[in-house]
Design a protein around this ligand. Structure first.
Ligand SMILES: C[S@@+](CC[C@H](N)C(=O)[O-])C[C@H]1O[C@@H](n2cnc3c(N)ncnc32)[C@H](O)[C@@H]1O
Length: 269
């Protein structure tokens, strides 16, 4: 495993352990955040109904991929880098008892939190898998919809991860992901900083490069829409979050003002 992947695993394992500990010892009202400054702005309340508060508190996404996933009863869904399970648990409500939702994650602490959240919600159409999104442990043509929230940017081999997503989708299957994209040039020193990678910044792609990678692995009808622009105010908001202070306080806020955005990424197999 690469050093960068080890760092990513360690960082997200640490967040999962902290959230678990806090929910066991107190009110469970801590709020973790990676790519967003808070969850209320990325999920409308209707999506969060029935979800355990621990799943909401460990949400680390950058936009809500469910808004354009258009999930239908009976569909099979896979969430790449499912973390504490928020998008998997939301999706489970839409596909119903005749559908199935898989969450795939490489970090044991996240999987344990996700399974505890699944139990709290009492859903049976959900399964969390341990593994890497660059080597999805599922057969070809098995999935109707791929979801993912703020994870592809963390992958070193994005082409491999997206070609695996393409492989497991059924023909006509939909890619409906949220991810960070780059909107303007950023200094090389940020690009090379491992901590900035872990914080979902350094590994993000410019929109054109993202589109070209999706095209290269076979997707058609690609759309990438930046919806949450990371202005100075957004970044200052993230700086108040105890989980990310260390990473984001290193940023020259003027330099990265509006350089990144949480985007919705669509494609069809
Ligand atoms: C920023 S968090 C997002 C979690 C979740 N999608 C959400 O919205 O709350 C990134 C997650 O992706 C997982 N992850 C990162 N790279 C991965 C990879 N190559 N394979 C599998 N999981 C990965 C991490 O363990 C972590 O749980």
């Amino acid at each position: 495993m690469s050093d960068l992947k080890k760092e990513v695993k360690k960082y997200y394992g640490g967040i999962a352990s902290k959230v678990k500990q806090e929910s066991e010892s107190s009110c469970g009202c801590s709020s973790a955040s990676c790519c967003s400054s808070g969850n209320s702005e990325i999920y409308d309340l209707e999506y969060l109904v029935e979800l355990p508060k621990e799943a909401i508190n460990v949400s680390l996404g950058c936009a809500n991929p469910l808004v354009f996933g258009e999930l239908k009863p009976g569909e099979t869904v896979l969430d790449l880098g499912s973390g504490g399970g928020i998008d998997v648990l939301i999706a489970s409500k839409y596909v119903g008892s005749t559908g199935k939702v898989y969450g795939l994650d490489m970090t044991d602490e996240m999987l344990s939190l996700a399974n505890a959240n699944k139990q709290k919600m009492g859903v049976e159409n959900v399964e969390f898998l341990r593994g890497y999104i660059e080597e999805i442990p599922l057969a070809k043509d098995e999935i109707d919809v791929i979801l993912s929230n703020c994870v592809i940017n963390l992958c070193e081999d994005k082409e491999k991860a997206l070609s695996e997503a393409y492989r497991v989708l059924k023909p006509g299957g939909r890619l409906a992901i949220a991810d960070i994209v780059i909107l303007k040039d950023i200094p090389e020193k940020i690009r090379k900083d491992a901590q900035m990678w872990v914080g979902c910044i350094a590994g993000a792609l410019p929109i054109e490069e993202y589109k070209n990678t999706l095209l290269k692995v076979g997707f058609k009808d690609i759309e990438i829409n930046p919806i949450n622009i990371y202005t100075k105010d957004t970044i200052e908001g993230i700086l108040k979050n105890k989980n990310l202070q260390e990473v984001y306080s290193k940023l020259d806020i003027e330099m990265v003002d509006s350089a990144f955005a949480g985007a919705l990424v669509k494609g069809i197999k």
